[in-house]
Design a protein around this ligand. Structure first.
Ligand code: CXF
Ligand code: ZN
Length: 365
């Protein structure tokens, strides 16, 4: 099968022939239907955090089960599934206290460099990314990296839920627990931020302030339910939010992950407000906060892939989509062939797209 391989940081991905072994015990073999290009893939392509290479990236995908290992009970061939990098063991303290996204039991969630699932005709090992490696025509994953979905859910929209939508929605619903009456600011309206805007509106937030430097993205955020938009190109974002809210927001979500945006998120809080850091920081990047600002009970917290319980959350998001209450169609800027993956990442770098999806049914020209 074909897969997009990253050999070295800051080089184009290369389409290579690789293979997968047969599923063992709790493993499942999938035909990949769609895979989204996420900023996290770009983050690792640029080695902002190191990862063992060569590696088949990709971690936001949908597919159809082809074969299962002898101990798999959750899915059967033909099932439609969404993948999630939050593989859970189901038995550790995090899993059994309702926080499976924090599971790090290495029996289920293999650490970087550990998986032996991908093979090829070269002496060096080809690594699996985050237990998934979605930029490939097929995937071999633990059954606890999958959620079954209804078959009438379009697989292209479903793939988005595997990362961006789960992360944005979960940061609102699970991590920040936003509810009616809350004033919310969402910094950076990519796939994650846009999903957070949508989810905050669905959760009943009184004000949903979308913040981004792209006028087009702010237009989409408005259509998804933002009550206000703030463009930092028109003046300091913190000042604009403080003015709009007469003293700050109850929740600020930093969906970018940088010193500037995280500090801004904290600075735009009302008394007792909470900043939630959703975006992925470059390894080693630090933030500075003013101690006295904590006096009036402001808080700051992290959110890992929306503190997901994805087997529960993803079907809920799908119901919202099927009922017409959460738009996912607007996220899909373009569908591309695996061969065009580097153009897809270039479009992302230039901020031209919300999501590019690799369509694995599309044949090479
Ligand atoms: C990722 C960021 C890196 C850690 C796992 C979750 N989120 C989205 O791509
Ligand atoms: Zn992602």
């Amino acid at each position: 099968m074909k897969a997009a391989v990253l050999f070295e940081p800051n080089t184009p991905l290369q389409i290579e022939e690789v293979s997968l072994r047969k599923p063992r015990s709790r493993e499942v073999l999938l035909r990949t239907a769609y895979a989204g290009l996420c900023h996290t893939d770009l983050h690792f392509m640029e080695a902002q955090t190191p990862y063992p290479m060569p590696v088949v990236l990709g971690h936001e995908s949908s597919g159809i089960v082809e074969a299962v290992g002898s101990e798999v009970t959750y899915v059967k061939p033909g099932d439609h599934v969404v993948t999630c990098l939050s593989v859970f063991c189901g038995t550790c303290a995090y899993c059994t206290t309702g926080r499976p996204a924090l599971c790090f039991n290495e029996e289920a969630k293999l650490p970087p460099g550990k998986a032996d699932r991908l093979k090829w005709d070269r002496p060096e090992k080809v690594n699996t990314f985050m237990n998934l490696s979605s930029f490939a025509e097929a995937m071999l994953v633990h059954e606890n990296a999958l959620v079954k979905i209804r078959k009438d859910m379009p697989l292209d929209r479903a793939s988005l839920i595997g990362c961006a939508v789960m992360t944005g929605y979960g940061s609102v619903v699970n991590t920040a627990k936003i509810g009616p009456g809350d004033k919310v600011a969402v910094i950076a309206c990519g796939g994650v931020g846009m999903s957070a805007v949508s989810a905050a509106r669905i959760a009943g937030a009184e004000r949903v302030i979308a913040i981004d430097t792209s006028a087009e993205k702010l237009d989409i955020a408005k259509a998804l339910g933002a009550t206000d938009i703030v463009n930092p190109a028109n003046g300091d974002a913190v000042e604009q939010v403080l003015e709009l809210t007469d003293g700050g927001v109850d929740h600020a979500l930093d969906c970018l992950g940088s010193k500037r945006t995280a500090e801004d998120a904290f600075k735009m809080l009302a008394f007792d407000g909470t900043a939630t850091l959703v975006g992925l920081f470059k390894a080693g990047e630090t933030i500075e906060l003013t101690g006295a600002d904590f006096l009036r009970e402001r808080k700051i917290q992290g959110s890992l892939l929306g503190s997901n319980r994805f087997r529960v959350d993803m079907p809920r998001i799908i119901e919202l989509y099927m009922q017409g209450r959460m738009d996912l169609d607007v996220f899909i800027s373009q569908k591309i062939r695996l061969e065009d993956i580097n153009d897809g990442f270039q479009a992302m770098r230039e901020g031209r797209v919300l999501r590019s999806l690799i369509d694995f049914s599309a044949q090479p020209a």
